[in-house]
Structures are given as structure tokens and as C-alpha cells.
Design a protein around this ligand. Sequence first.
Ligand code: PRP
Length: 190
Amino acid sequence: MTPAVPGLTFHMEMGPMSECEKRLLFSSDEIARHVERLAREISEDYQDGDVVIVGILKGVFIFLADLVRQLTIPVEIDFVRLASYGSGTTSSGTVRLTHDVELNLAGRDILIVEDIVDSGITLTFLREHLLSRRPRSLRICALVDKGERRSVKVDLDYVGLHLDKGFVVGYGLDCKECYRYLPAIYELIL
Ligand code: PRP
């Protein structure tokens, strides 16, 4: 039967998303507790700061939105769009910057906000890129620190959750653009 809504055809051809098995890793309550803690730490550390938060799209959009609403200090917010995974589950090793920061960063306190650190390649690339703008300071906040495939050492200043291994989705994280909307974080059983 032909579906009445054109968009539905696409999803049916792709197969229902429930085909992929997934296991709950971090509930939305647990995530919220850690986001609150991170916001508290950041607010305390930057009492006298001139903070520009730089979020890495797309994965960070939910975490960043929740984090900044818990801050008790004024901040400005900007985004970069970086991608290295394409449709696969491992980093291609090449980071593509398709949207750059628009705010002036010279002499300011940059806080990079990232959803997950895996190989470390994305953050290493962005750190170097933003340091060339001559900020006063640069720190990194990541919601999930996943150690399994770290190939480049990255110093993280604020970490929400630790994970040894697994391909995770939800709360902004995707697999081939699916699952970003889920309110909790799951491990995909591939
Ligand atoms: C994911 C994730 C991080 C990056 C981490 O982004 O959101 O930005 O990979 O991986 P790394 O530490 O191995 O570099 P992705 O390239 O999938 O783009 P997305 O944010 O649009 O999902």
C-alpha cells in the first residue's frame, strides 16, 4: 500500500529503526544530574570570565541546550560544524569543517562543548583551529569520555560521563543520522 505521506516512503524503504537493538546506558535522569554538576563547576570556575561557548554540531545540540540553561554566569554561544564519521561507526580520520565560529574570540575565554570524545581527532583539530584566534584561555567540556579508541591525547577539563567502549546513540548522538532525538543514551548492539 502506498503511504499517504510522502516522507513515510523513505522511512519504510530504510527499514524501521526498531530493527537495531539497543541497551540503555545512561537514563535521562542520570544525564540531567551530570549536566547540573558540570554547569555548577563551570559557573564557579568562570566567575570573572568573558566566556564564549563553542559547540560542535551536530551531536552537541541537546547537551549544549541543557547545559547553558543551568549556568549561573553570562556566556555567549557559537557553533562549529565538524564531521569525521560520515555514515560509518569509526572515525574517517579526516575532520571536515563546514561551518566556522562567527564571534570574535581574541582575548576571550573559550569553552569548547562536545557531546562525545572517541579517537580525540575532532577535538585536537578544533583546539588548534581555535587557538589560532588568540583566546585568553581555552578549555574543553565533554559529556561522554569514551576511552576505547583514543588515538590522540586530549586534556578534558570537564567530563560528564565515562564509558569504556561501545557505539552510543541518543541525546544528540546518532548512527547514520538516526536516534539523535532520544532523551537517554543507549549502546547500539551492532
Ligand atoms: C562525532 C561526535 C564528536 C566526534 C567524536 O561527530 O559528535 O564530535 O564524532 O569523535 P572523535 O573523538 O573520534 O573525533 P560526527 O563526526 O559523527 O558528527 P555529528 O556530530 O554530526 O554526529
